[in-house]
Design a protein around this ligand. Sequence first.
Ligand SMILES: Cc1cc2nc3c(=O)[nH]c(=O)nc-3n(C[C@H](O)[C@H](O)[C@H](O)COP(=O)(O)OP(=O)(O)OC[C@H]3O[C@@H](n4cnc5c(N)ncnc54)[C@H](O)[C@@H]3O)c2cc1C
Length: 239
Amino acid sequence: MCAVTSTSRSRVVVVGAGFAGLSCARALADSPDVDVTLVDRQPYQLFAPLLYQVATGGLPEDDIAYPVRAAIPGITFVRGEVAKVDVDDGSLRLNSGAEISWDRLVLATGSIGNSFGIPGVDEHALQMKDIRQARAIKNRLLGTYERVQQGEQPREDLQVVVVGGGPTGVEVAGAVAELQKQMAHEFPTIAEHAHVSLIEAGPRLLPSFSERSSERAKQSLSKLGVEVLLDSAVDRMYP
Ligand SMILES: Cc1cc2nc3c(=O)[nH]c(=O)nc-3n(C[C@H](O)[C@H](O)[C@H](O)COP(=O)(O)OP(=O)(O)OC[C@H]3O[C@@H](n4cnc5c(N)ncnc54)[C@H](O)[C@@H]3O)c2cc1C
């Protein structure tokens, strides 16, 4: 348990060493009357835009995880998962049992994935919000080739479905198609069964981009062999 001492300096605790938490901690680091403590359950900042590269074997995990412990001079980094915040008491508790007191608390803990209540998604889909999940996707993609080759799984299991035609879905679908092409050299007898589809509920890919970009993305994916299904909402997922 951390000792609580009275001080005239303001104790600011920032929870979350993502883009938001790091920016906040960096902005406060040079303030003369502030002691900044940055708390995160991971000792690194994740660069999520490149998660799809880790998920498809294009980049090693270290390339998208930047150590934060000493990233900002003049602040204290504490590794731990915040389990409870006591607003009345001005303290928080980590799952290790340690407590940290604060005068000002910044919660910059990001977001979690959403299955939109679609039956089967929580149980069967692989999400991609952190390194552990990206690693799980990579292991599933690569491991399936081995198991299909060994006759332990049906060939249909080489068919990959990516749901969501936003930037991440487009990137993942393209990268999976490229991975499947590479795997064809190692697994020539089963490679023809590999396939990737991208499913989007709306009428076009990349809905937040211009229509021209949507069309280009669709054409590029088609060239890579990705089957793009538009106006197609997933309403259930099976194992
Ligand atoms: C696959 C993917 C691709 C993306 N691509 C892009 C892109 O191309 N361009 C773009 O602008 N945005 C992109 N984003 C979105 C972008 O990553 C987020 O908007 C951004 O990371 C949000 O920053 P944040 O600091 O709010 O949260 P995060 O970056 O999620 O950071 C939150 C931090 O809080 C920590 N944390 C959470 N709970 C606790 C707890 N209880 N105790 C301790 N620590 C905790 C986490 O470990 C994490 O380090 C992408 C996101 C994903 C998932």
